[in-house]
Design a protein around this ligand. Structure first.
Ligand code: C2E
Ligand code: MG
Ligand code: MG
Length: 594
């Protein structure tokens, strides 16, 4: 183990929840040793008898040689029984204890495990449970053990071990969900009686899945153990840090003075992961999103507190991660909605609930329709139409975006080919690509496969990527974009202006156009700052040789302003709402746009 991992493993180890030794099933025989003085083999048997008669606790006595090595064992009942006969004292008063001892007692070393001792006794005969056994250390007498003590110890340890297995997470040694809810229930009762506050913190790790996927499960396990230690080091000994499963941790603070204290601890948890971990010679970074609820302010029940802490955590994750968020009532409805969406989304593609619609794009110069953007629509039989802003993030989180993204891509390409066959001019179809799809190693191959399968010409397909997707790993993106461009595909940056594009990279990316975000187009005729931004983006596009399109143009005034700012094309309700494939063809033929 490296220095760092030793330190890592040691973090938080003094928290009582992480001390699993009290539940260990493999205790040693030393704990059973009753250190009664032994007798020499030449001792008088009457002396030993008198000691038994005066000391009712003494069940057996060891007999040793000159070197303190055990040579036998005398147990209370057999000795006392011998002396019940009349005149026995007179008869045996000169005898040594060696004549009464069992010369082959069970002798065990103090460091043997209790399990081993139990096995020896079972093998040697259960009578040793009654007579007891001799415990030695380095071969010399240490003490006497009794069957009764052994039985108690075995039963206790087994019970403790079973309790441990049922209530503690085996990987991290932290309390599990069962123990946490039990402690939370008791904490609520005590809080109610004592009139004090409790805080419950839900923590989810950022990017944990990536560690598991890239470095393997063993590395993931080590990361979880490291995180457990750091979290335990952030709280008082009276507080509980639990692992609910996966990368979900929970912290119970009892009592807390109020919101501030709870949020301070939550911030400490987040900060504790600022330092990276060193796992298998890799520097592994993770982060924590924390949701915080307070008893009694937010809820009085265990279930309610758990659900609301989870909702706040979910919120923290979606508001940018690596932060702590306090629960508010409006978060609740968001979570209920999300859970419903997630459940429905998984089967929506199979059930044919998705539809692809198309919104035309027009050039300013000659008023001709040059392309269309494909947009996903989900019409759920009960929930009705669900907007992409709601279901795309869920699809991304559940990984469903891969199947869904591929489906849109195929639909859009096939539609373009159908339009051509129906006599429409060769329009360029733009498809939105999620950052996750773009990052996927098979992305380029998938695009090529769809192009071949559908029969679309590559130059008639445009991919709309977001700034954050291409900037996330800019060096890597350059290669992917180049290979797509070499294949003939058009590339656009969507929602331009909202991300953090680095100009030096923008120059390196082989792009075709920038799509100005709708927020800058909205009321551009009334907001001078928006017009300035749009002009600046157009100037940037010119200098990079990129086409600039405005999206979300709604009014004639906006259109006029966008034109004056120098955008070469536009899209928006002013021209048309997104339409189904057939409606689009009809609209096109009627519209008079060439
Ligand atoms: P986007 O790619 O920027 O798409 C433009 C959005 O603006 C669309 O919303 C469109 O219906 C809407 N829009 C168009 N013209 C106007 C207008 O004049 N005024 C206003 N207020 N809105 C207008 P939609 O369809 O709700 O899509 C929202 C976002 O969801 C899209 O933004 C895109 O980021 C994402 N999305 C939609 N379909 C897909 C898809 O197939 N794959 C992926 N990954 N994302 C998609
Ligand atoms: Mg788009
Ligand atoms: Mg956009």
């Amino acid at each position: 183990m490296s220095d760092t991992s030793v330190r890592q493993a040691a973090e938080g180890r003094d928290h009582p929840d992480l001390d699993s030794s009290r539940f260990a099933a493999d205790a040693c025989v030393r704990v059973l040793a009753r250190r009664f003085p032994p007798y020499h083999r030449d001792s008088s048997c009457v002396g030993v008898l008198d000691r038994f008669l005066h000391d009712p606790v003494l069940a057996a006595a060891a007999v040793v040689d000159n070197d303190m090595r055990p040579v036998g064992l005398v147990d209370r009942y057999s000795l006392v029984e011998q002396f019940l006969h009349p005149y026995s004292r007179d008869l045996y008063h000169k005898s040594t204890i060696a004549e009464f001892m069992d010369p082959r007692p069970i002798i065990v070393d103090a460091d043997s495990s209790i399990d081993d001792l139990s096995r020896i006794i079972i093998d040697a005969g259960m009578r040793h449970m009654v007579s007891g056994f001799v415990i030695t250390e380095d071969g010399a007498y240490l003490g006497i053990g009794s069957g009764h003590d052994l039985f108690e110890e075995v039963a206790n340890r087994k019970q403790n071990h079973l309790y441990y297995l049922a209530h503690y997470d085996q990987l991290t040694g932290l309390p599990n969900r069962l123990l946490l809810s039990d402690r939370l229930k008791r904490a609520c009762l005590r809080g109610q009686r004592g009139g004090y506050r409790i805080a419950l913190l839900f923590v989810d790790l950022d990017r944990f899945k990536r560690v598991n996927d890239t470095l393997g499960h063993a590395a993931g396990d080590q990361l979880l153990q490291g995180v457990a230690g750091r979290f335990a080091a952030c709280v008082r000994k009276v507080d509980t840090v639990a692992r609910l499963g996966g990368d979900e941790f929970t912290v119970l603070l009892e009592p807390v003075s109020g919101q501030q204290e709870a949020m301070d601890v939550a911030a400490k948890l987040v900060e504790s992961l600022d330092r990276p971990f060193f796992i298998q010679n890799h520097e592994v970074a993770t982060g924590a999103s924390v949701g915080v609820v307070l008893f009694p302010e937010h809820d009085l029940t265990v279930d309610g507190l758990m659900r609301k802490a989870d909702a706040a955590m979910y919120h923290a994750k979606h508001e940018g991660r690596r932060q702590a968020v306090l629960f508010t009532e409006e978060m609740n409805s968001i979570v209920v909605e999300r859970v419903t969406l997630e459940a429905c989304l998984s089967s929506a593609l199979e059930k044919g609930e998705f539809q692809c619609v198309f919104q035309p794009q027009l050039t300013m110069a000659d008023n001709s329709v040059v392309g269309a953007e494909a947009l996903l629509r989900w019409i759920h039989p009960e929930l009705g139409p669900v907007p992409p802003s709601k279901f795309i993030p869920v699809a991304e989180e559940t990984g469903m975006i891969f199947a869904l993204g591929l489906w849109v891509l195929e639909e859009a390409c096939m539609q373009q080919v159908r339009w051509l066959a129906a006599g429409l001019p060769p329009l360029r179809i733009a498809v939105n690509i999620s950052a996750l799809q773009f990052k996927n190693r098979e992305f380029c191959d998938q695009i090529r496969a769809v192009v071949h399968k559908s029969g679309i010409r590559p130059e008639h397909l445009e991919l709309e990527l977001t700034e954050s997707a291409v900037m996330a790993d800019a060096e890597h993106s350059v290669g992917i974009l180049k290979s797509l461009r070499d294949f003939g595909i058009h590339l656009a940056i969507d929602d331009f202006g909202t991300g953090y594009s680095s100009l030096s990279y923008l120059r390196k990316f082989p792009l075709h156009r920038l799509k100005i975000d709708r927020s800058f187009i909205s009321r551009i005729d009334q907001i001078p700052a928006n017009a300035l931004i749009v002009k600046a983006i157009v100037a940037l596009g010119d200098s990079l040789g990129l086409d600039v399109i405005a999206e979300g143009v709604e009014t004639p005034e906006e259109l006029e302003c966008v034109r004056r700012c120098g955008c070469s094309s536009y899209q928006g309700y002013r021209l048309s709402e997104p339409l189904s494939g057939e409606d689009f063809a009809r609209w096109f033929k009627r519209s008079g746009y060439v």
